[in-house]
Design a binder for this molecule. Structure first.
Ligand SMILES: C[S@@+](CC[C@H](N)C(=O)[O-])C[C@H]1O[C@@H](n2cnc3c(N)ncnc32)[C@H](O)[C@@H]1O
Length: 242
Protein backbone atom coordinates (compact mmCIF):
# COMPACT_ATOMS: atom_id res chain seq x y z
CA UNK A 1 0.00 0.00 0.00
CA UNK A 2 1.71 3.20 -1.20
CA UNK A 3 0.65 6.80 -0.87
CA UNK A 4 0.09 8.68 -4.14
CA UNK A 5 2.60 11.45 -4.91
CA UNK A 6 2.53 14.29 -2.41
CA UNK A 7 3.81 16.88 -4.84
CA UNK A 8 7.45 16.37 -3.86
CA UNK A 9 10.02 14.51 -5.94
CA UNK A 10 10.17 13.97 -9.72
CA UNK A 11 6.40 14.24 -10.31
CA UNK A 12 6.16 17.56 -8.50
CA UNK A 13 2.84 19.36 -9.03
CA UNK A 14 2.05 23.02 -8.39
CA UNK A 15 0.72 23.64 -4.90
CA UNK A 16 -2.33 25.80 -4.41
CA UNK A 17 -1.67 28.54 -1.87
CA UNK A 18 -4.25 30.54 0.00
CA UNK A 19 -3.19 34.07 0.92
CA UNK A 20 -2.73 34.83 4.59
CA UNK A 21 -4.96 37.89 4.09
CA UNK A 22 -7.83 35.72 2.76
CA UNK A 23 -10.04 36.62 5.71
CA UNK A 24 -10.02 33.02 6.95
CA UNK A 25 -8.95 32.06 10.45
CA UNK A 26 -5.34 30.80 10.28
CA UNK A 27 -6.37 27.23 11.26
CA UNK A 28 -9.11 27.19 8.57
CA UNK A 29 -6.71 28.62 5.98
CA UNK A 30 -4.16 25.89 6.72
CA UNK A 31 -6.86 23.17 6.64
CA UNK A 32 -8.18 24.36 3.28
CA UNK A 33 -4.69 24.62 1.79
CA UNK A 34 -3.83 21.10 2.96
CA UNK A 35 -7.16 19.77 1.66
CA UNK A 36 -6.73 21.34 -1.80
CA UNK A 37 -3.20 19.95 -2.10
CA UNK A 38 -4.00 16.50 -0.76
CA UNK A 39 -3.23 13.95 -3.52
CA UNK A 40 -6.08 11.69 -2.31
CA UNK A 41 -8.57 14.57 -2.56
CA UNK A 42 -7.34 15.29 -6.09
CA UNK A 43 -7.54 11.61 -7.00
CA UNK A 44 -11.05 11.21 -5.57
CA UNK A 45 -12.25 14.12 -7.70
CA UNK A 46 -10.63 12.66 -10.83
CA UNK A 47 -11.96 9.14 -10.18
CA UNK A 48 -15.48 10.15 -9.10
CA UNK A 49 -15.34 9.11 -5.43
CA UNK A 50 -17.32 11.20 -2.98
CA UNK A 51 -14.69 11.14 -0.29
CA UNK A 52 -10.96 10.65 0.14
CA UNK A 53 -12.03 8.02 2.72
CA UNK A 54 -12.88 5.76 -0.24
CA UNK A 55 -9.15 5.07 -0.63
CA UNK A 56 -8.86 3.77 2.92
CA UNK A 57 -11.30 0.99 2.10
CA UNK A 58 -9.70 0.39 -1.32
CA UNK A 59 -6.26 0.02 0.28
CA UNK A 60 -7.47 -2.20 3.14
CA UNK A 61 -9.39 -4.38 0.71
CA UNK A 62 -6.38 -4.67 -1.63
CA UNK A 63 -4.31 -5.98 1.25
CA UNK A 64 -6.82 -8.16 3.10
CA UNK A 65 -9.27 -9.20 0.32
CA UNK A 66 -12.51 -8.57 2.18
CA UNK A 67 -14.98 -7.73 -0.56
CA UNK A 68 -15.97 -10.27 -3.20
CA UNK A 69 -18.61 -10.38 -5.89
CA UNK A 70 -22.09 -11.28 -4.62
CA UNK A 71 -21.38 -10.71 -0.90
CA UNK A 72 -23.78 -8.76 1.32
CA UNK A 73 -22.34 -5.76 3.20
CA UNK A 74 -23.53 -3.39 5.94
CA UNK A 75 -21.88 0.07 5.89
CA UNK A 76 -22.18 2.00 9.19
CA UNK A 77 -21.67 5.77 9.13
CA UNK A 78 -21.78 5.86 5.35
CA UNK A 79 -22.16 9.55 4.35
CA UNK A 80 -21.15 10.99 1.95
CA UNK A 81 -20.86 7.52 0.39
CA UNK A 82 -17.27 6.80 -0.64
CA UNK A 83 -17.17 3.36 1.02
CA UNK A 84 -20.60 2.54 -0.47
CA UNK A 85 -19.24 3.35 -3.95
CA UNK A 86 -16.19 1.15 -3.43
CA UNK A 87 -18.24 -1.75 -2.03
CA UNK A 88 -20.91 -1.51 -4.76
CA UNK A 89 -18.22 -1.74 -7.44
CA UNK A 90 -16.45 -4.71 -5.81
CA UNK A 91 -19.66 -6.63 -5.08
CA UNK A 92 -21.33 -5.90 -8.41
CA UNK A 93 -24.32 -4.53 -6.47
CA UNK A 94 -27.18 -3.09 -8.52
CA UNK A 95 -30.47 -1.33 -7.77
CA UNK A 96 -32.26 -4.47 -9.04
CA UNK A 97 -30.42 -6.65 -6.52
CA UNK A 98 -28.85 -4.40 -3.89
CA UNK A 99 -26.19 -6.07 -1.74
CA UNK A 100 -25.39 -3.14 0.55
CA UNK A 101 -27.38 -1.62 3.42
CA UNK A 102 -25.91 1.67 4.62
CA UNK A 103 -26.83 3.92 7.53
CA UNK A 104 -26.07 7.50 8.52
CA UNK A 105 -28.05 10.18 10.30
CA UNK A 106 -26.81 12.72 7.75
CA UNK A 107 -28.42 13.21 4.37
CA UNK A 108 -26.73 11.28 1.61
CA UNK A 109 -27.26 11.20 -2.14
CA UNK A 110 -28.30 7.79 -3.48
CA UNK A 111 -25.54 5.35 -4.45
CA UNK A 112 -26.51 2.78 -7.10
CA UNK A 113 -26.76 -0.69 -5.56
CA UNK A 114 -27.13 0.57 -1.97
CA UNK A 115 -30.17 0.82 0.29
CA UNK A 116 -29.56 3.88 2.46
CA UNK A 117 -31.21 4.39 5.84
CA UNK A 118 -31.20 7.93 7.23
CA UNK A 119 -31.08 7.00 10.88
CA UNK A 120 -28.96 6.94 14.02
CA UNK A 121 -27.23 3.58 14.30
CA UNK A 122 -27.54 3.83 18.10
CA UNK A 123 -31.37 3.74 17.83
CA UNK A 124 -32.74 0.47 19.23
CA UNK A 125 -34.44 -0.48 15.97
CA UNK A 126 -31.43 0.28 13.70
CA UNK A 127 -29.93 -3.27 13.66
CA UNK A 128 -33.21 -4.91 12.62
CA UNK A 129 -33.87 -2.17 10.04
CA UNK A 130 -30.43 -2.77 8.47
CA UNK A 131 -30.90 -6.54 8.24
CA UNK A 132 -34.36 -6.11 6.79
CA UNK A 133 -33.01 -3.65 4.20
CA UNK A 134 -30.25 -6.12 3.31
CA UNK A 135 -32.66 -9.07 3.00
CA UNK A 136 -30.39 -11.44 4.93
CA UNK A 137 -27.29 -11.67 7.13
CA UNK A 138 -24.16 -9.82 5.96
CA UNK A 139 -20.82 -11.30 4.93
CA UNK A 140 -19.04 -8.11 5.93
CA UNK A 141 -19.78 -5.24 8.34
CA UNK A 142 -17.75 -2.06 7.79
CA UNK A 143 -17.87 0.96 10.07
CA UNK A 144 -16.23 4.32 9.46
CA UNK A 145 -18.48 5.98 12.06
CA UNK A 146 -16.93 8.94 13.82
CA UNK A 147 -18.64 11.03 16.45
CA UNK A 148 -18.94 14.74 15.64
CA UNK A 149 -15.95 16.61 17.04
CA UNK A 150 -16.53 18.70 20.15
CA UNK A 151 -13.06 20.23 20.27
CA UNK A 152 -12.37 18.20 23.40
CA UNK A 153 -10.09 15.44 22.16
CA UNK A 154 -10.69 12.96 24.95
CA UNK A 155 -14.49 13.26 24.64
CA UNK A 156 -14.32 12.78 20.85
CA UNK A 157 -12.12 9.77 21.37
CA UNK A 158 -14.44 8.11 23.88
CA UNK A 159 -17.52 8.69 21.71
CA UNK A 160 -15.96 7.22 18.58
CA UNK A 161 -14.60 4.27 20.56
CA UNK A 162 -18.13 3.64 21.84
CA UNK A 163 -19.46 3.60 18.26
CA UNK A 164 -16.83 0.97 17.39
CA UNK A 165 -17.90 -1.18 20.33
CA UNK A 166 -21.60 -1.02 19.43
CA UNK A 167 -20.67 -1.81 15.81
CA UNK A 168 -18.70 -4.86 17.00
CA UNK A 169 -21.65 -6.11 19.06
CA UNK A 170 -23.86 -5.73 16.01
CA UNK A 171 -21.39 -7.54 13.74
CA UNK A 172 -21.10 -10.46 16.14
CA UNK A 173 -24.87 -10.79 16.36
CA UNK A 174 -25.55 -10.72 12.60
CA UNK A 175 -22.49 -11.84 10.57
CA UNK A 176 -22.41 -15.09 8.64
CA UNK A 177 -19.74 -17.53 9.82
CA UNK A 178 -16.51 -16.70 7.98
CA UNK A 179 -17.57 -13.03 7.74
CA UNK A 180 -15.41 -9.97 8.42
CA UNK A 181 -15.70 -6.81 10.52
CA UNK A 182 -13.82 -3.55 9.96
CA UNK A 183 -14.09 -0.54 12.25
CA UNK A 184 -12.47 2.82 12.81
CA UNK A 185 -10.67 3.23 16.10
CA UNK A 186 -7.82 5.34 17.51
CA UNK A 187 -4.17 4.60 18.11
CA UNK A 188 -3.61 3.60 21.69
CA UNK A 189 -7.33 3.81 22.32
CA UNK A 190 -8.75 0.40 21.57
CA UNK A 191 -10.43 -0.82 24.71
CA UNK A 192 -9.07 -4.14 25.87
CA UNK A 193 -12.60 -5.49 26.23
CA UNK A 194 -13.24 -4.87 22.53
CA UNK A 195 -9.97 -6.52 21.47
CA UNK A 196 -10.67 -9.52 23.68
CA UNK A 197 -14.20 -9.85 22.34
CA UNK A 198 -12.99 -9.70 18.73
CA UNK A 199 -10.22 -12.22 19.36
CA UNK A 200 -12.73 -14.59 20.91
CA UNK A 201 -15.12 -14.34 17.97
CA UNK A 202 -12.83 -14.06 14.93
CA UNK A 203 -9.89 -16.16 13.76
CA UNK A 204 -7.61 -13.12 13.37
CA UNK A 205 -7.59 -9.46 14.43
CA UNK A 206 -5.40 -6.79 12.80
CA UNK A 207 -4.63 -3.13 13.47
CA UNK A 208 -4.47 -1.41 10.09
CA UNK A 209 -3.25 2.08 9.19
CA UNK A 210 -3.82 2.43 5.42
CA UNK A 211 -1.63 5.00 3.60
CA UNK A 212 -4.75 7.11 2.89
CA UNK A 213 -5.17 7.66 6.63
CA UNK A 214 -3.15 10.78 7.38
CA UNK A 215 0.09 10.14 9.27
CA UNK A 216 -0.67 12.93 11.72
CA UNK A 217 -4.12 11.47 12.48
CA UNK A 218 -4.54 9.05 15.39
CA UNK A 219 -7.11 7.19 13.29
CA UNK A 220 -6.53 3.47 12.97
CA UNK A 221 -8.72 0.60 11.77
CA UNK A 222 -9.42 -2.68 13.51
CA UNK A 223 -10.04 -5.58 11.19
CA UNK A 224 -11.46 -8.84 12.51
CA UNK A 225 -11.37 -11.64 9.93
CA UNK A 226 -13.20 -14.96 9.68
CA UNK A 227 -16.06 -14.87 12.14
CA UNK A 228 -16.21 -18.14 14.08
CA UNK A 229 -20.02 -18.12 14.25
CA UNK A 230 -22.53 -17.92 17.08
CA UNK A 231 -23.27 -20.70 19.48
CA UNK A 232 -26.81 -19.53 20.16
CA UNK A 233 -28.79 -19.39 16.97
CA UNK A 234 -31.38 -17.01 18.42
CA UNK A 235 -29.69 -13.67 17.84
CA UNK A 236 -30.72 -11.10 15.24
CA UNK A 237 -29.77 -13.47 12.45
CA UNK A 238 -33.00 -15.38 12.69
CA UNK A 239 -33.58 -13.35 9.48
CA UNK A 240 -33.79 -15.78 6.59
CA UNK A 241 -31.83 -15.52 3.37
CA UNK A 242 -33.75 -15.04 0.17
C1 LIG B 1 -15.78 9.62 8.34
S1 LIG B 1 -17.47 9.77 7.93
C2 LIG B 1 -17.76 8.38 6.89
C3 LIG B 1 -17.17 8.53 5.51
C4 LIG B 1 -17.59 7.40 4.59
N1 LIG B 1 -16.99 6.13 4.98
C5 LIG B 1 -17.21 7.67 3.18
O1 LIG B 1 -16.36 6.96 2.61
O2 LIG B 1 -17.78 8.58 2.57
C6 LIG B 1 -18.25 9.27 9.43
C7 LIG B 1 -19.76 9.26 9.37
O3 LIG B 1 -20.27 8.59 10.54
C8 LIG B 1 -21.56 9.12 10.76
N2 LIG B 1 -22.04 8.76 12.09
C9 LIG B 1 -21.47 9.04 13.28
N3 LIG B 1 -22.22 8.57 14.30
C10 LIG B 1 -23.28 7.93 13.73
C11 LIG B 1 -24.41 7.23 14.25
N4 LIG B 1 -24.61 7.10 15.59
N5 LIG B 1 -25.31 6.72 13.40
C12 LIG B 1 -25.13 6.88 12.06
N6 LIG B 1 -24.08 7.52 11.50
C13 LIG B 1 -23.16 8.05 12.32
C14 LIG B 1 -21.37 10.61 10.56
O4 LIG B 1 -22.61 11.25 10.33
C15 LIG B 1 -20.43 10.64 9.36
O5 LIG B 1 -21.13 10.83 8.15
Amino acid sequence: MKKPTSGKGPTRVLRTKIKKKSGLKESSRRWLERHMNDPYVQRSKAEGYRSRAAYKLIEIDERYKLLKSGMRVVDLGAAPGGWCQVAARKLGSTDEKPLIAAIDYLDMDPVPGCVILKKDFLDDDAPAALIEALGGPPDVVISDMAAPTTGHRRTDHIRTMHLGEVAADFAISVLKPGGHFLTKTFQGGTANDLLTMLKQNFKSVHHVKPPASRDESVELFLLAKDFKGRKDVDQVSSVSED
